[in-house]
Ligand binder design. Structure first.
Ligand code: SF4
Length: 233
């Protein structure tokens, strides 16, 4: 991301925050658009691939982006499902950039080796990483990590990349492995709790993840972050 873009985003975020603080009219800064619910994986905690498979076409997406731009959106996240299953993802990203959005894309990166062009024009990439292959695949299915570290190694030197770890009984013991990969390949880690009770998630939190264990886990993350390890949040 260029310095000018960072300054523009910082200004827009500050203006959005200020309008909220002074109780002025809402000024949205960021939006996320699920370009599809389809996905090539079947992660144990996600129901996206099982819900509505309908998706907007490029004309409808163009209209949506025009309305988002008019409402003041500066940063647009493209998510799914797996956005890269759409052959027209480059056109969707181009439509978003034509509106001046800074574009982030969430992708599991398993299709990157076959279709690197689909994510090429995103400004920032988010991916998923729950630990070494056994732990990752225990939550996300056989083969779910195939090619992912190679894709990260390819992308991270060229653009900001953040890997998201969903904290489950499979991943909770692998923080240092994840942070070692992040330092080796030049990306950052984000850790998020397993969500429940929304339309796009399924499964339940393991009873082994007690409140006490989770509090100790988040505290240990904070200590690692303060020590300078590459943790976003
Ligand atoms: S979490 Fe992401 S990669 Fe996994 S099934 Fe859901 S959309 Fe696909």
């Amino acid at each position: 991301m260029q310095l000018g873009e960072k300054v523009r985003l910082g200004y827009a975020f500050g203006a959005s925050l200020l309008s909220w603080l002074v109780d002025g009219p809402p000024r949205p800064f960021s939006a996320t658009f699920a370009v599809t619910n389809r996905c090539n994986l079947r992660c144990s905690y996600c129901s996206c691939p099982m819900i509505d498979r309908g998706q907007l076409d490029l004309d409808q997406i163009g209209l949506l982006f025009e309305r988002l731009a008019r409402s003041g959106i500066q940063r647009l996240g493209l998510a799914g499902g797996e956005p890269a299953v759409r052959t027209d993802l480059p056109e969707i990203i181009a439509l978003a950039k034509a509106r001046g959005f800074v574009v982030t894309v969430n992708s599991n990166l398993t299709l990157h080796h076959r279709h690197p062009e689909r994510l090429a024009d995103a400004d920032v990439l988010y991916t998923s990483l729950d630990g070494p292959p056994d732990a990752h695949e225990a939550a996300r299915g056989d083969g779910a990590q195939d090619g992912v570290l190679a894709a990260i190694a390819d992308i991270a030197p060229r653009k900001p990349l953040i890997a998201i770890c969903v904290v489950t009984e499979h991943s909770i013991g692998h923080v240092d492995w994840l942070l070692d990969q992040a330092e080796r390949l030049g990306f950052r880690m984000h850790f998020q709790p397993q969500c429940t009770d929304t339309e796009i998630v399924r499964g339940s939190v393991s009873p082994t993840l007690t409140g006490e264990r989770l509090r100790a886990f988040w505290q240990s993350l904070l200590e690692r972050k303060r020590a300078g390890r590459p943790i976003v949040s």
